[in-house]
Design a protein around this ligand. Structure first.
Ligand SMILES: C[S@@+](CC[C@H](N)C(=O)[O-])C[C@H]1O[C@@H](n2cnc3c(N)ncnc32)[C@H](O)[C@@H]1O
Length: 432
Protein backbone atom coordinates (compact mmCIF):
# COMPACT_ATOMS: atom_id res chain seq x y z
CA UNK A 1 0.00 0.00 0.00
CA UNK A 2 2.83 2.39 0.92
CA UNK A 3 4.62 1.46 -2.31
CA UNK A 4 1.56 2.40 -4.33
CA UNK A 5 1.20 5.66 -2.42
CA UNK A 6 4.83 6.47 -3.01
CA UNK A 7 4.47 5.72 -6.74
CA UNK A 8 1.41 7.93 -7.02
CA UNK A 9 3.10 10.63 -4.96
CA UNK A 10 6.11 10.64 -7.32
CA UNK A 11 3.81 10.65 -10.31
CA UNK A 12 1.95 13.72 -8.99
CA UNK A 13 5.18 15.36 -7.90
CA UNK A 14 6.64 15.08 -11.40
CA UNK A 15 3.68 16.99 -12.83
CA UNK A 16 3.91 19.87 -10.37
CA UNK A 17 5.86 22.89 -11.44
CA UNK A 18 4.19 25.84 -9.74
CA UNK A 19 4.04 29.00 -11.83
CA UNK A 20 5.15 32.34 -10.38
CA UNK A 21 1.45 33.21 -10.02
CA UNK A 22 0.71 30.04 -8.04
CA UNK A 23 3.72 30.61 -5.82
CA UNK A 24 2.59 34.11 -5.07
CA UNK A 25 -1.14 33.31 -4.68
CA UNK A 26 -0.98 30.05 -2.71
CA UNK A 27 2.57 29.97 -1.36
CA UNK A 28 2.88 26.98 -3.66
CA UNK A 29 6.41 25.78 -2.96
CA UNK A 30 7.23 22.11 -2.49
CA UNK A 31 9.15 21.04 0.57
CA UNK A 32 12.16 18.97 -0.59
CA UNK A 33 12.44 15.45 0.79
CA UNK A 34 15.79 16.05 2.46
CA UNK A 35 14.33 18.95 4.44
CA UNK A 36 11.26 16.93 5.39
CA UNK A 37 13.52 14.10 6.61
CA UNK A 38 15.74 16.47 8.55
CA UNK A 39 12.70 17.96 10.29
CA UNK A 40 11.15 14.60 11.10
CA UNK A 41 14.46 13.37 12.51
CA UNK A 42 14.08 15.91 15.31
CA UNK A 43 11.15 14.06 16.84
CA UNK A 44 9.92 10.55 17.62
CA UNK A 45 6.88 9.40 15.70
CA UNK A 46 5.07 6.19 16.65
CA UNK A 47 1.95 4.49 15.31
CA UNK A 48 0.05 6.24 18.11
CA UNK A 49 1.16 9.83 17.35
CA UNK A 50 -1.72 12.06 16.26
CA UNK A 51 -0.38 14.24 13.46
CA UNK A 52 -1.62 17.25 11.52
CA UNK A 53 0.05 17.88 8.16
CA UNK A 54 -0.91 21.55 8.05
CA UNK A 55 -1.00 23.45 4.72
CA UNK A 56 -0.10 20.03 3.36
CA UNK A 57 0.09 20.59 -0.40
CA UNK A 58 0.31 17.03 -1.73
CA UNK A 59 1.47 15.75 1.66
CA UNK A 60 5.26 15.77 1.40
CA UNK A 61 5.53 15.28 5.16
CA UNK A 62 2.87 12.57 5.29
CA UNK A 63 4.46 10.37 2.66
CA UNK A 64 7.74 10.34 4.60
CA UNK A 65 5.96 9.73 7.91
CA UNK A 66 4.10 6.73 6.46
CA UNK A 67 7.29 5.44 4.90
CA UNK A 68 9.17 5.77 8.21
CA UNK A 69 6.42 4.02 10.19
CA UNK A 70 6.19 1.17 7.69
CA UNK A 71 9.96 0.66 7.94
CA UNK A 72 10.02 0.86 11.73
CA UNK A 73 6.93 -1.17 12.67
CA UNK A 74 6.45 -4.50 10.83
CA UNK A 75 2.78 -4.64 11.81
CA UNK A 76 2.09 -1.06 10.70
CA UNK A 77 -1.26 -0.51 8.99
CA UNK A 78 -1.27 2.57 6.75
CA UNK A 79 -5.03 2.38 6.52
CA UNK A 80 -5.41 2.46 10.30
CA UNK A 81 -2.95 5.34 10.62
CA UNK A 82 -4.68 7.38 7.91
CA UNK A 83 -8.08 6.70 9.49
CA UNK A 84 -7.15 7.40 13.09
CA UNK A 85 -3.91 9.34 13.39
CA UNK A 86 -3.14 11.52 10.39
CA UNK A 87 -5.00 14.66 9.28
CA UNK A 88 -4.30 16.68 6.15
CA UNK A 89 -5.14 20.35 6.00
CA UNK A 90 -5.22 22.04 2.60
CA UNK A 91 -7.48 24.63 1.03
CA UNK A 92 -6.73 24.26 -2.64
CA UNK A 93 -9.23 21.96 -4.38
CA UNK A 94 -6.71 20.83 -6.95
CA UNK A 95 -4.28 19.73 -4.19
CA UNK A 96 -7.05 18.02 -2.19
CA UNK A 97 -7.90 15.97 -5.24
CA UNK A 98 -4.26 14.90 -5.46
CA UNK A 99 -4.20 13.93 -1.77
CA UNK A 100 -7.25 11.70 -2.40
CA UNK A 101 -5.54 10.15 -5.39
CA UNK A 102 -2.30 9.44 -3.51
CA UNK A 103 -3.58 8.44 -0.07
CA UNK A 104 -7.03 7.06 -0.96
CA UNK A 105 -10.43 7.36 0.66
CA UNK A 106 -9.09 6.81 4.19
CA UNK A 107 -7.29 10.20 4.12
CA UNK A 108 -8.87 12.70 6.50
CA UNK A 109 -8.78 16.15 4.95
CA UNK A 110 -9.71 19.40 6.68
CA UNK A 111 -10.31 21.90 3.90
CA UNK A 112 -10.78 25.00 6.07
CA UNK A 113 -7.99 27.60 6.24
CA UNK A 114 -5.54 26.52 8.93
CA UNK A 115 -6.13 29.72 10.90
CA UNK A 116 -9.80 28.75 11.33
CA UNK A 117 -9.22 25.29 12.75
CA UNK A 118 -10.48 25.15 16.34
CA UNK A 119 -10.79 22.79 19.30
CA UNK A 120 -8.65 20.00 17.86
CA UNK A 121 -5.93 18.01 19.61
CA UNK A 122 -2.68 16.95 17.97
CA UNK A 123 0.51 15.42 19.33
CA UNK A 124 2.49 16.83 16.44
CA UNK A 125 1.91 19.51 13.81
CA UNK A 126 4.27 19.52 10.82
CA UNK A 127 4.12 22.30 8.30
CA UNK A 128 5.67 24.38 5.60
CA UNK A 129 3.00 27.09 5.57
CA UNK A 130 2.67 29.77 2.87
CA UNK A 131 5.03 32.71 3.47
CA UNK A 132 3.53 35.56 1.57
CA UNK A 133 2.51 38.62 3.55
CA UNK A 134 3.35 36.91 6.85
CA UNK A 135 0.59 34.35 6.32
CA UNK A 136 2.69 31.78 8.18
CA UNK A 137 2.77 34.01 11.27
CA UNK A 138 -0.95 34.82 11.02
CA UNK A 139 -1.78 31.11 10.71
CA UNK A 140 0.36 30.08 13.68
CA UNK A 141 -0.89 32.95 15.86
CA UNK A 142 -4.50 31.83 15.55
CA UNK A 143 -4.00 28.11 15.10
CA UNK A 144 -1.80 27.42 18.14
CA UNK A 145 -3.94 29.07 20.86
CA UNK A 146 -7.20 27.74 19.38
CA UNK A 147 -6.17 24.10 19.52
CA UNK A 148 -4.57 21.67 21.89
CA UNK A 149 -1.10 21.11 20.45
CA UNK A 150 1.88 19.34 21.91
CA UNK A 151 4.73 19.49 19.45
CA UNK A 152 5.41 21.76 16.46
CA UNK A 153 7.83 21.32 13.58
CA UNK A 154 7.58 24.27 11.24
CA UNK A 155 9.79 25.55 8.44
CA UNK A 156 9.25 29.22 7.60
CA UNK A 157 10.96 32.64 7.35
CA UNK A 158 12.92 33.51 10.47
CA UNK A 159 12.36 37.23 10.75
CA UNK A 160 10.03 36.96 13.73
CA UNK A 161 12.88 35.37 15.69
CA UNK A 162 15.71 37.57 14.43
CA UNK A 163 14.11 40.99 14.20
CA UNK A 164 14.94 43.30 17.05
CA UNK A 165 13.27 46.38 15.67
CA UNK A 166 9.81 47.85 15.69
CA UNK A 167 8.01 47.85 12.40
CA UNK A 168 4.51 47.17 11.16
CA UNK A 169 4.96 43.40 11.63
CA UNK A 170 6.51 43.64 15.10
CA UNK A 171 3.24 43.09 16.95
CA UNK A 172 2.45 39.80 15.24
CA UNK A 173 6.08 38.70 15.63
CA UNK A 174 5.90 39.41 19.36
CA UNK A 175 2.63 37.47 19.63
CA UNK A 176 4.18 34.37 18.11
CA UNK A 177 7.28 34.73 20.26
CA UNK A 178 5.17 34.96 23.39
CA UNK A 179 3.18 31.85 22.38
CA UNK A 180 6.42 29.90 21.86
CA UNK A 181 8.26 31.43 24.78
CA UNK A 182 9.67 28.78 27.15
CA UNK A 183 8.68 26.03 24.68
CA UNK A 184 11.18 26.39 21.87
CA UNK A 185 13.57 23.44 21.70
CA UNK A 186 15.65 24.34 18.67
CA UNK A 187 15.94 26.80 15.80
CA UNK A 188 18.06 26.09 12.74
CA UNK A 189 18.66 29.00 10.35
CA UNK A 190 19.83 28.68 6.76
CA UNK A 191 19.59 30.43 3.42
CA UNK A 192 16.06 30.00 2.09
CA UNK A 193 16.75 31.41 -1.32
CA UNK A 194 17.88 28.30 -3.22
CA UNK A 195 15.10 26.13 -1.79
CA UNK A 196 12.11 28.42 -1.44
CA UNK A 197 13.00 31.26 -3.80
CA UNK A 198 12.41 33.80 -1.04
CA UNK A 199 14.41 37.00 -1.15
CA UNK A 200 18.11 36.75 -1.02
CA UNK A 201 19.52 37.03 2.50
CA UNK A 202 16.20 36.25 4.15
CA UNK A 203 16.91 33.17 6.20
CA UNK A 204 14.57 30.28 6.82
CA UNK A 205 14.20 28.59 10.19
CA UNK A 206 13.32 25.04 11.11
CA UNK A 207 11.52 25.68 14.36
CA UNK A 208 10.91 22.86 16.83
CA UNK A 209 8.77 23.51 19.91
CA UNK A 210 7.08 21.45 22.60
CA UNK A 211 4.16 23.31 24.13
CA UNK A 212 3.72 20.70 26.83
CA UNK A 213 7.20 21.33 28.30
CA UNK A 214 9.02 24.23 29.93
CA UNK A 215 12.30 24.74 28.10
CA UNK A 216 14.95 27.27 29.05
CA UNK A 217 17.82 26.57 26.72
CA UNK A 218 17.27 26.79 22.99
CA UNK A 219 19.68 24.97 20.69
CA UNK A 220 20.35 27.47 17.90
CA UNK A 221 22.21 26.83 14.69
CA UNK A 222 22.78 30.00 12.69
CA UNK A 223 24.23 29.03 9.30
CA UNK A 224 26.30 26.32 10.99
CA UNK A 225 27.31 28.40 14.00
CA UNK A 226 25.90 26.58 17.02
CA UNK A 227 25.05 28.27 20.28
CA UNK A 228 22.56 28.16 23.14
CA UNK A 229 20.12 30.94 23.85
CA UNK A 230 18.41 31.03 27.25
CA UNK A 231 15.25 32.56 25.78
CA UNK A 232 13.46 33.38 22.57
CA UNK A 233 14.17 37.12 22.89
CA UNK A 234 17.91 36.55 22.58
CA UNK A 235 18.12 34.60 19.36
CA UNK A 236 20.13 36.59 16.83
CA UNK A 237 22.54 36.22 13.97
CA UNK A 238 25.37 37.31 16.29
CA UNK A 239 25.31 33.97 18.13
CA UNK A 240 27.27 34.09 21.42
CA UNK A 241 28.71 37.53 20.73
CA UNK A 242 25.21 38.93 20.98
CA UNK A 243 25.27 38.52 24.74
CA UNK A 244 28.72 39.95 25.46
CA UNK A 245 29.17 42.59 22.76
CA UNK A 246 26.29 43.39 20.44
CA UNK A 247 23.40 43.59 22.89
CA UNK A 248 25.17 46.10 25.21
CA UNK A 249 26.07 48.23 22.14
CA UNK A 250 22.52 48.05 20.80
CA UNK A 251 20.97 48.94 24.16
CA UNK A 252 23.24 51.96 24.43
CA UNK A 253 22.34 53.17 20.92
CA UNK A 254 18.61 52.69 21.49
CA UNK A 255 18.81 54.67 24.75
CA UNK A 256 20.71 57.46 22.99
CA UNK A 257 18.07 57.59 20.25
CA UNK A 258 15.30 57.75 22.85
CA UNK A 259 16.59 61.16 23.99
CA UNK A 260 18.03 62.35 20.68
CA UNK A 261 17.30 61.68 17.00
CA UNK A 262 17.40 58.73 14.66
CA UNK A 263 17.94 58.83 10.90
CA UNK A 264 14.25 58.04 10.54
CA UNK A 265 13.15 61.09 12.49
CA UNK A 266 15.09 63.38 10.13
CA UNK A 267 13.84 61.94 6.89
CA UNK A 268 11.98 64.62 4.91
CA UNK A 269 11.47 66.78 8.03
CA UNK A 270 13.39 69.66 6.60
CA UNK A 271 11.53 69.42 3.35
CA UNK A 272 8.25 69.54 5.21
CA UNK A 273 9.49 72.56 7.14
CA UNK A 274 10.10 74.28 3.86
CA UNK A 275 6.60 73.32 2.83
CA UNK A 276 8.03 72.84 -0.57
CA UNK A 277 6.35 72.49 -3.88
CA UNK A 278 8.85 70.76 -6.00
CA UNK A 279 9.20 71.45 -9.69
CA UNK A 280 11.96 68.96 -10.34
CA UNK A 281 13.54 68.83 -13.71
CA UNK A 282 16.36 66.45 -14.46
CA UNK A 283 18.05 64.43 -11.81
CA UNK A 284 20.50 66.72 -10.14
CA UNK A 285 21.41 66.74 -6.50
CA UNK A 286 20.75 70.41 -6.36
CA UNK A 287 17.07 70.89 -6.72
CA UNK A 288 15.29 74.22 -6.63
CA UNK A 289 12.39 74.33 -4.20
CA UNK A 290 9.74 76.98 -4.14
CA UNK A 291 8.84 78.19 -0.69
CA UNK A 292 6.17 80.83 -0.89
CA UNK A 293 7.50 82.91 -3.68
CA UNK A 294 11.12 82.45 -2.68
CA UNK A 295 13.22 80.17 -4.80
CA UNK A 296 15.57 78.21 -2.60
CA UNK A 297 18.48 75.91 -3.30
CA UNK A 298 18.50 72.81 -1.13
CA UNK A 299 20.64 69.72 -1.42
CA UNK A 300 18.83 66.45 -1.46
CA UNK A 301 19.98 62.90 -1.27
CA UNK A 302 18.25 59.62 -1.03
CA UNK A 303 19.05 56.31 0.57
CA UNK A 304 17.85 52.80 0.00
CA UNK A 305 14.25 51.98 -0.64
CA UNK A 306 11.85 51.14 2.13
CA UNK A 307 9.91 47.90 2.18
CA UNK A 308 8.40 46.67 -1.03
CA UNK A 309 9.42 47.71 -4.49
CA UNK A 310 12.46 45.50 -4.93
CA UNK A 311 12.59 44.38 -8.48
CA UNK A 312 14.66 41.89 -10.37
CA UNK A 313 17.12 44.60 -11.29
CA UNK A 314 17.43 45.97 -7.76
CA UNK A 315 21.01 44.83 -7.47
CA UNK A 316 21.84 47.14 -10.33
CA UNK A 317 20.57 50.01 -8.22
CA UNK A 318 22.03 49.15 -4.83
CA UNK A 319 25.53 48.52 -3.68
CA UNK A 320 26.35 44.90 -3.13
CA UNK A 321 27.34 45.64 0.43
CA UNK A 322 24.44 44.33 2.50
CA UNK A 323 24.86 47.04 5.13
CA UNK A 324 24.91 50.10 2.99
CA UNK A 325 22.22 52.65 2.58
CA UNK A 326 23.74 54.60 -0.25
CA UNK A 327 22.58 54.10 -3.79
CA UNK A 328 25.27 53.03 -6.23
CA UNK A 329 25.23 56.26 -8.11
CA UNK A 330 23.54 58.44 -5.56
CA UNK A 331 24.40 61.67 -7.36
CA UNK A 332 21.91 60.76 -10.07
CA UNK A 333 19.19 60.60 -7.45
CA UNK A 334 17.01 58.61 -9.75
CA UNK A 335 14.27 58.16 -7.19
CA UNK A 336 14.04 61.59 -5.60
CA UNK A 337 11.54 62.96 -8.00
CA UNK A 338 9.23 59.98 -7.67
CA UNK A 339 9.78 59.92 -3.94
CA UNK A 340 8.79 63.53 -3.50
CA UNK A 341 5.77 62.99 -5.67
CA UNK A 342 5.06 60.15 -3.19
CA UNK A 343 5.09 57.61 -5.98
CA UNK A 344 7.73 55.43 -4.35
CA UNK A 345 8.62 55.18 -0.67
CA UNK A 346 12.22 56.37 -0.94
CA UNK A 347 13.94 58.03 1.96
CA UNK A 348 14.89 61.56 1.06
CA UNK A 349 17.06 63.93 3.10
CA UNK A 350 17.56 67.61 2.62
CA UNK A 351 20.52 69.85 3.50
CA UNK A 352 21.33 73.52 3.16
CA UNK A 353 24.81 72.96 1.75
CA UNK A 354 26.49 70.38 -0.40
CA UNK A 355 29.12 69.95 2.29
CA UNK A 356 26.52 68.85 4.86
CA UNK A 357 25.02 66.47 2.33
CA UNK A 358 28.46 64.93 1.67
CA UNK A 359 29.17 64.65 5.38
CA UNK A 360 25.90 62.82 5.94
CA UNK A 361 26.74 60.37 3.17
CA UNK A 362 30.18 59.85 4.68
CA UNK A 363 28.54 59.21 8.06
CA UNK A 364 26.29 56.49 6.59
CA UNK A 365 29.40 54.85 5.17
CA UNK A 366 31.16 54.60 8.53
CA UNK A 367 31.47 51.24 10.23
CA UNK A 368 29.57 52.71 13.16
CA UNK A 369 26.43 53.62 11.16
CA UNK A 370 26.63 50.41 9.13
CA UNK A 371 26.87 48.32 12.26
CA UNK A 372 23.79 50.01 13.75
CA UNK A 373 21.97 49.08 10.54
CA UNK A 374 23.45 45.60 10.52
CA UNK A 375 22.04 44.74 13.96
CA UNK A 376 18.50 44.98 12.66
CA UNK A 377 18.83 44.30 8.94
CA UNK A 378 18.04 40.68 8.23
CA UNK A 379 16.53 40.81 4.78
CA UNK A 380 16.99 42.68 1.57
CA UNK A 381 14.39 45.28 2.47
CA UNK A 382 14.93 48.33 4.57
CA UNK A 383 12.03 49.85 6.42
CA UNK A 384 11.44 52.48 9.06
CA UNK A 385 12.46 50.05 11.82
CA UNK A 386 16.01 49.92 10.50
CA UNK A 387 16.31 53.68 10.05
CA UNK A 388 15.09 54.17 13.58
CA UNK A 389 18.10 52.28 14.95
CA UNK A 390 20.75 54.58 13.43
CA UNK A 391 21.56 57.76 15.41
CA UNK A 392 21.19 61.06 13.56
CA UNK A 393 24.07 63.26 14.71
CA UNK A 394 23.15 66.78 15.74
CA UNK A 395 25.19 68.39 12.99
CA UNK A 396 26.62 67.46 9.64
CA UNK A 397 28.46 70.75 9.24
CA UNK A 398 31.45 68.66 10.28
CA UNK A 399 32.46 65.22 8.99
CA UNK A 400 32.11 62.15 11.27
CA UNK A 401 34.72 59.43 11.18
CA UNK A 402 34.59 56.12 13.02
CA UNK A 403 37.21 57.42 15.43
CA UNK A 404 35.01 60.44 16.27
CA UNK A 405 31.92 58.29 16.61
CA UNK A 406 33.54 55.62 18.80
CA UNK A 407 34.85 58.38 21.03
CA UNK A 408 31.52 60.22 21.11
CA UNK A 409 29.61 57.06 22.10
CA UNK A 410 32.38 55.68 24.32
CA UNK A 411 32.59 52.37 22.41
CA UNK A 412 35.06 49.93 23.95
CA UNK A 413 38.07 48.70 22.00
CA UNK A 414 36.77 45.15 22.13
CA UNK A 415 33.51 46.23 20.48
CA UNK A 416 35.37 48.30 17.90
CA UNK A 417 37.45 45.26 17.00
CA UNK A 418 34.37 43.09 16.74
CA UNK A 419 32.71 45.59 14.39
CA UNK A 420 35.82 45.80 12.23
CA UNK A 421 35.98 42.03 11.93
CA UNK A 422 32.26 41.68 11.29
CA UNK A 423 31.91 44.24 8.50
CA UNK A 424 33.88 44.32 5.28
CA UNK A 425 35.69 47.63 4.59
CA UNK A 426 33.35 48.09 1.69
CA UNK A 427 34.08 51.72 0.92
CA UNK A 428 37.78 51.50 1.68
CA UNK A 429 37.45 54.40 4.12
CA UNK A 430 38.28 52.53 7.31
CA UNK A 431 40.58 54.55 9.51
CA UNK A 432 40.21 57.64 7.29
C1 LIG B 1 4.49 25.79 1.01
S1 LIG B 1 3.12 24.97 0.34
C2 LIG B 1 3.04 23.39 1.03
C3 LIG B 1 4.17 22.58 0.95
C4 LIG B 1 3.89 21.14 1.20
N1 LIG B 1 4.56 20.70 2.38
C5 LIG B 1 4.34 20.41 -0.02
O1 LIG B 1 5.52 20.20 -0.14
O2 LIG B 1 3.52 20.19 -0.91
C6 LIG B 1 1.78 25.73 1.21
C7 LIG B 1 0.45 25.08 0.96
O3 LIG B 1 -0.49 25.70 1.83
C8 LIG B 1 -1.72 25.83 1.16
N2 LIG B 1 -2.41 26.95 1.84
C9 LIG B 1 -2.34 28.27 1.54
N3 LIG B 1 -3.03 28.98 2.45
C10 LIG B 1 -3.55 28.08 3.33
C11 LIG B 1 -4.35 28.21 4.49
N4 LIG B 1 -4.78 29.40 4.91
N5 LIG B 1 -4.71 27.09 5.15
C12 LIG B 1 -4.28 25.87 4.73
N6 LIG B 1 -3.54 25.68 3.62
C13 LIG B 1 -3.15 26.79 2.94
C14 LIG B 1 -1.35 26.11 -0.29
O4 LIG B 1 -2.38 25.73 -1.17
C15 LIG B 1 -0.09 25.24 -0.44
O5 LIG B 1 -0.41 23.96 -0.95
Amino acid sequence: MITQMKQRFNEVLSTINPSRKEISKFGEVLTPEYIVDEMLSLTTITTETNILDMCSGIGNFSIRILHHLAETYPQFSANDFLTNHLTFNEIRAERIEKIRYIYGEAARIVDTPAQQIKNQSFDLVVSNPPYRRNLDIKILNSFIPNNNIKELLIIHPSRYLLDHKDNSSAKMYRTLKSILSSHLISAKFFNGNPVFRISIDRSIVIMHADLSKQINSIACNYFGNEYISPDIENITKFCNEWFSIVSPFFTQIKNWIKYNQSVLSQEKTKLLKHNAQIPIKGHNTQIPLIRGSIMQQLFLMQIANVIGGHYDNSLAMYNDDFYTLIMKDWRKNIGIRKSLEKKVPMNTFCFDTENECDNFIHYLRTDFARFCLCIVKNSFNINSGELNCIPYMETYKRPWTDKDLYEYFGISEETQEYITNYLPDYYGIRGK
